[in-house]
Design a protein around this ligand. Sequence first.
Ligand code: 3Y8
Ligand code: NAP
Length: 249
Amino acid sequence: MTRALILGGTGNANALAAALLRAKIDAIYSYAGRTQIPLPHALPTRIGGFGGAQGLADFIREADITHVVDATHPFAAEMSRNAVEACAAAGVPLLALERAPWTRARGDRWIEVSDIAAAVAALPEAPARVFLAIGRQHIAPFAAKPQHAYTLRFVDAPDDTLPLPGAELIVSRGPFTREGDLALMRDRRIEWVVARNAGGDGARAKIDAARKLSLPVIMIARPELGERPRVESVDAVLDWLGHDARLGA
Ligand code: 3Y8
Ligand code: NAP
């Protein structure tokens, strides 16, 4: 019998969870526990790390998992690497559900960089008004350029002091809308946007809003992940699972 483990925490993963419920495919949803109150799920849900690749392999065996779907975020590189290693060790198939990266459209003013340090370097020296929409985990390096007026957006209110004194904080879980992000950028007179190439629709609003306002976007490229089977649609995952389920594997 099919029993899937969904490594979640994204909009795609939520859509997959709903589809698995409808298809009555037995599955467990997993969150890292990065945020205070993750979106509740109708699927049985576990929260927290597994304890590295070894811990994940043990979980797969103990929970009789037959298939693993990595529906985490393209920047969740450690989780994705652990999944490849753990599935090989436990001998269960792995499939990544991954949204395609955004590609530059006409009117986009992107400065493409490889990582957070390069994004900090790409900001101007002269004081500017910068929208950092990269979550809470990657803010500290921007303290190297304190001359800017930063607007931050987090999922949860921070429990400790910000590494960027004087920054304006917006607490919002998303998904975001183009109108909402246009209003945010106009109200805050944003001049620069820093984003990671998450792909998908839930984070695209700020990219579309920046294009409309002709603002430069410092776009951080995704980390390189090793070769692994990947699809971009929930239906493709269902086929991958449903096919085995139909064969009663
Ligand atoms: C805990 C689950 C849904 C899914 C909502 C999507 C869209 C909104 C866009 C901006 C960019 C960012 C961030 C973002 C987006 C959706 C989706 C998406 C980007 C939740 C969630 C978890 C997380 C973790 C969180 C990270 C953070 C990244 C904020 C839930 C809401 C910036 C990614 O404060 C922290 O520590 C936050 C950490 C990881 C930044 C980072 O370091 O990558 N996501 N986001 C997951 C877990 O515990 O396993 O809490 O319910 C999911 C969503 N985040 O419909 O509910 O399509 O995924 N999430 C980025 O760079 O794009 C926000 O502000 O414009
Ligand atoms: P990461 O750096 O790749 O993972 C670090 C560690 O967190 C992993 O080694 C694992 O701990 C644990 N972990 C990550 N995802 C997990 C999951 N789904 N279930 C159980 N444990 C998990 O990951 P990250 O960048 O911090 O992202 C953490 C989570 O937030 C991911 O689930 C990701 O999907 C989500 N996220 C969502 C978005 C978005 O835009 N929707 C953006 C970024 C991240 P152990 O080694 O102990 O197993």
